[in-house]
Design a protein around this ligand. Sequence first.
Ligand code: PRP
Ligand code: MN
Ligand code: MG
Length: 182
Amino acid sequence: QRDMGADLESVLVSEEQIRTRLGELAAQIDADYAGRDLLLVGVLKGAVMVMADLARALHAPAEMDWMAVSSYGSGTKSSGVVRILKDLDKDIGGRHVLVVEDIIDSGLTLSWLLANLGSRGPASLEVATLLRKPEAAKVEIDVRYVGFEIPNEFVVGYGLDYAERYRNLPFVGTLAPHVYSS
Ligand code: PRP
Ligand code: MN
Ligand code: MG
């Protein structure tokens, strides 16, 4: 049996920190969307954990829909090439849409996604992300809700993968160098 802990270098954001911060963001979102019907759009696969926990921290009812896009392939660098693997089930015309992401790295995925969703005529379009790497930004994106700004290191866990692994860690951590070199 293999233990994921052996592949980690450090814990960057703990379970407790994630829970506390998502509670704060949920309170802001509840206040900002008071009286409006909210549609959460999760970006598969990375956003599954954030979506699940953020949605449950909200008091207001929210619908959920999902898109699957991919830009990383199996490596650690963003390619800027975005593919739609799964589109939304429903039309978002006239809806208040909040895109839920795990991380904004270069910003290329979200930049493309916001342009795509914006062209569908939503009543409003905002973004909530657990993590953002300011030093890695290649495009400027206006992000309403940010959990944590983190350094430009490759991180895994809480939905974030390295070659599809480590998504099920309950916290966000950095990988030990031997994982990349082997
Ligand atoms: C990751 C992450 C974000 C995106 C951020 O997704 O979940 O969606 O990359 O990178 P960027 O800001 O440089 O574009 P990925 O494409 O790896 O797919 P996944 O969510 O299925 O892991
Ligand atoms: Mn993703
Ligand atoms: Mg990925």
